[in-house]
Design a protein around this ligand. Structure first.
Ligand SMILES: [Zn+2]
Length: 240
């Protein structure tokens, strides 16, 4: 899917912006605008900047009922959409009222979730705005809330349950996406045997993740930055 960029929808420049990191991103938050489905993203931005006095449109992304995705603040700019959850949460707003969300819109929201999860390299919790602690609101409406609670299944197929962390029973994953230091050091040794000079943390940190991502890409595995059974098997096969 394509994201309609700020330049494409004619966004005003933000008054200021601050960014967070993928490791801090832990939550995915669904909202609705509670307005007409044909409301323009620009008018939402004007409302947030001029009436609310915010630095920019509050959401990270917006989705309309035709399934079009609009860039709000983007992936890593801290939004203004959920009190206490703007650094940890990626906020996506459906443009419309309760009951207006189409399959196309749900598909687009789910696609954003999958993109975010893959970029983060770790699971993101799925939340309706009102489910978050400290946020008492009807947002995103009954229809989207029950869809979020059902795991945001992609309409017309797809896996209703998100892929969890790799299962390697009892040995490698203690708590997603944390990995015991020894396992990463074993991985480092394994990679050395196939002639790859890698600089890993000895803990599941950014360096280990980067190495893992590069290796998964090279072996055409699903890239999640997590050392799981497939990654391990690919390294083992390459050794021989
Ligand atoms: Zn909301």
């Amino acid at each position: 899917m394509d994201i309609i960029t700020r330049a494409e929808w004619g966004a005003r420049a933000p008054r200021s912006r601050s960014t967070t990191s993928w490791s801090a991103r832990r939550e995915f938050v669904v909202h609705y605008s509670e307005g007409p489905t044909d409301q323009s993203v620009k008018s939402i931005q004007n409302f947030h900047m001029d009436s609310r006095g915010w630095s920019d449109i509050g959401y990270n992304f917006l989705v309309d009922n035709k399934g079009r995705i609009y860039e709000g603040r983007g992936w890593l700019v801290i939004g203004a959409h959920a009190t206490g959850h703007n650094t940890s949460g990626i906020g996506v707003c459906f443009i419309g009222r309760d009951g207006d969300a189409t399959d196309a819109a749900k598909k687009a929201i789910r696609w954003l979730y999958d993109e975010g999860r893959s970029k983060a390299g770790h699971p993101l919790s799925k939340n309706g705005h009102g489910q978050l602690s400290g946020n008492s609101t009807n947002c995103p409406g009954k229809q989207l809330l029950s869809w979020v609670k059902a795991g945001m299944p992609a309409p017309g197929g797809g896996d209703p349950t998100p892929p969890g962390p790799p299962k390697w029973p009892g040995r490698y994953i203690t708590q997603p996406p944390i990995m015991r230091g020894d396992d990463v050091r074993t991985w480092q040794a394994q990679m050395k045997k196939i002639g790859k000079s890698i600089d890993v943390d000895g803990a599941y940190g950014p360096k280990s993740e980067a190495v893992c991502r590069a290796f998964q890409k090279e072996r055409k595995l699903s890239v999640d930055g997590i050392i799981g059974p497939d990654t391990w098997a690919a390294a083992w096969n390459g050794r021989r």
